[in-house]
Design a protein around this ligand. Sequence first.
Ligand SMILES: [Zn+2]
Length: 405
Amino acid sequence: MFTRDFADEAAGYQSVLTEIRRDLHQIPEFGIDLPKTRERVLASIHGLGEIHLSELQSSIVLHIKGAQPGPTVLLRADMDALAVTEATGLDFASTNGYMHACGHDLHMAIGIGAAHLVATHKDKLKGDVIIWFQPGEEGHGGADIMLEENLHMITGSKPIAAYGIHVTSSWQAPYTFGGKSGAMMASASDMLVTFKGRGGHGSSPWMAKDPISVMNEAISALQTMVTKRFNAFDPVVVNVGWVRAGDEHTTNVIPETASFGATIRTFSPGNLAKVQQYAGELLDGIAKAFDVEVTYDIGAHPTEVVMNDPAATERVRRVVKETFGEDRWMEWPHPIAGAEDFGSIVREIPGAFIFLGASPDKDGWMTAAPNHSNYATFDEGVLPDGAALLAGLAFEAVEDWHSAQ
Ligand SMILES: [Zn+2]
């Protein structure tokens, strides 16, 4: 068992990985251009393998060649922070207006730890490992840019498996690994709608075409669409996040336009297309009924469903239970409605995305500040096990491939 040996060895990395994580935590950067972050990661993986840098964004691919030829496995760590002002009060809190509130600083430290484990044991590796340090996860399309640049193909053969770990400050018991096969996280996209009527005097709405009341009908009808047109066992979420119409300083004017934006979450590949069709018909129908115009963009900025491959997920369950014990695995009963661009990676490569409980509050983790909160905190004690699992999964996947030949 590679992972067990790696876990013992990674325990010795604790202080180094903590230091790396804290350095990264103090220089959070947003989006796809992360020069300081990239520099810090590069300094920590120097000499471990071949480095491929993108020109389009701050991604890094580390390629570690095994002693013998064989298949390629991809490991992924995301790098970007959120536009959140940190309020944790930690000694190493960020002060630049951005925050690693989703734990991507821990993901980089885990990826760096895994890189050291793989490189140290490459004499036993019968294949190649590529480690992606990926910017732009938080809605900036970073994974898709890396795929478009063919950075998954740098060894010349498509990886047989892809793995990524996400820490959570509240959703899962500390130190447990969790996930499920099949749909694990939602596809997220946007719906942007504008109704255009005819402005007028608020005393005489029949002389105008009021877009606000039509928007109101549409927002209610979308919820009816969700429950009446979609299978409750393959859920869809449509949630309006903003509405805009009129002027707050006046009540006697009917404005010309009314707009709203909603997020759409789906969990099976075909459902977004159905939302596009049904919501489009509904908006057109309501606009026609009230004689106003409507324009919309349904399904803008889509991310893929994170669809975990059954065999890749089974390997995680087995390795976690054998290495860390039965109680360290938490089988998810259902997917979560959050989204992740790891979905683009597992669309191309069979793989699994795994969550790792990292709340520092052993008893109160369920009510701890969640990921993305300005108060979110994470336990660095999980870093060595995370690194051991990622590195171990790469070796196990390669071994499994050879024994199946
Ligand atoms: Zn995240």
